[in-house]
Design a protein around this ligand. Structure first.
Ligand code: CMP
Length: 138
C-alpha cells in the first residue's frame, strides 16, 4: 500500500469553474497536495496518457475531451491514498456515484466525469511521473 495517488481535474470541471471547490474537497478529506500544475494537454499527450484505453470504442472521444481545455494535475498524499481517493471521487459513471462524491457533485457524464484518480499504486507512480519531474514532487 502506497501513500500517494495521482489526480487530474478534467477540462469539463475546469471550464465550469470547479477547480477550487474540488481542491478544497480533496484537502478537507485529508489529502496533502505534494505536486500541482495547470496545463493544456495536446491530443498527442492525452493519447499517450490514456494509451491503455487505445482499443476501447471511447478512446477517440476521450482524447478529444482531455485535450479540449486546461486541466489541473496533482499528486496527493494520504494513508491508503489510491483507495481512499477513489471512494472520495465516486464511480466513473456519475449516475452510479454515491451522494457527496466529487463525480456526483460535478460530473456530467461517464466521459466527462470531472476528475481522474489512479486505479493502483503502480499506476499512481507512473501517472505522477508523466506530469511531474522529481524536482516538482514534494
Ligand atoms: P478515468 O477515470 O480518467 O479513466 C478513463 C476514462 O475514460 C474515464 O475516466 C472516462 O473519462 C472515460 N470513459 C470510461 N468509460 C467510458 C465510456 N463508456 N464512454 C466514454 N468515456 C469513458
Amino acid at each position: 500500500m502506497s501513500n500517494r495517488t495521482f489526480t487530474m481535474i478534467k477540462p469539463d470541471a475546469t471550464a465550469n469553474g470547479h477547480t477550487g471547490a474540488i481542491l478544497a474537497i480533496i484537502n478537507a478529506a485529508g489529502f496533502r497536495i505534494v505536486a500541482l500544475k495547470m496545463l493544456h494537454l495536446s491530443a498527442e499527450k492525452a493519447g499517450e496518457f490514456y494509451a491503455v484505453h487505445k482499443e476501447r470504442p471511447f478512446y477517440g472521444e476521450l482524447v478529444e475531451f482531455m485535450s479540449r481545455g486546461p486541466i489541473s494535475a496533482a499528486i496527493l498524499e494520504k494513508e491508503n491514498a489510491v483507495a481512499d481517493f477513489r471512494t472520495l471521487i465516486g464511480a466513473t459513471n456519475p449516475a452510479q456515484a454515491a451522494e457527496g462524491t466529487v463525480r456526483k457533485l460535478y460530473a456530467t457524464s461517464i466521459g466527462e466525469n470531472a476528475v481522474h484518480g489512479s486505479d493502483s499504486d503502480e499506476n499512481a507512480a507512473i501517472e505522477g511521473d508523466f506530469f511531474f519531474s522529481k524536482l516538482e514532487q514534494f
